[in-house]
Design a protein around this ligand. Structure first.
Ligand code: CUA
Length: 155
């Protein structure tokens, strides 16, 4: 079977692109801890005010020093704010929303998740250096979306 030169070039180029994409996914998942969401937990968004965890979202420290941060995102604030976490310890964020979809991006890190009403988004990060990070809502959620920011203090 003979394949035209240009056809061959495009076939090899398409194959090379696929190889590059698979390589990028492999490298980022192995080295940068970029992971697909794997956690499905539901919560009633209309009953957050009486929820055991999300009525008073807060930072809690486990006996082993690891930390769990419960966060409620609502137009146009994150609660609690600011969030104080320790440096060098695993910090598990548990996010939900009381109204619409919000984003929760810890600027300067790879911590980035959506706060979806009805669901708990959970991920764990370890902050390696002390300092302050801006939390930005990166999902358009209404007129004051651009003002929806919070702060993380790592110390
Ligand atoms: Cu909350 Cu945009």
């Amino acid at each position: 079977m003979s394949v035209e030169l240009y056809e061959r070039i495009w076939m090899w180029a398409a194959g090379a692109l696929i190889a590059v994409f698979i390589g990028v996914i492999s490298v980022t998942s192995a080295l940068q801890a970029v992971q697909p969401p794997s956690h499905i937990e539901t919560v009633d968004p209309t009953a957050l005010a009486s929820h055991a965890e999300f009525a008073e979202p807060a930072v809690k420290t486990n006996p082993d020093g690891s930390v769990v941060v419960s966060v409620v995102a609502e137009m146009f604030v994150f609660r609690p704010d600011p969030i104080e976490v320790p440096v060098g310890k695993p910090v598990t964020f548990r996010l939900t929303s009381g109204d619409v979809i919000h984003g929760f991006q810890v600027v300067g890190t790879n911590a980035n998740a959506m706060a979806v009403p009805g669901y708990v988004s959970q991920f764990t990060v370890t902050f390696k250096t002390p300092g302050e990070h801006l939390i930005a809502c990166n999902e358009y959620c209404g007129l004051a979306h651009h003002n929806m920011v919070g702060k993380i203090i790592v110390k």
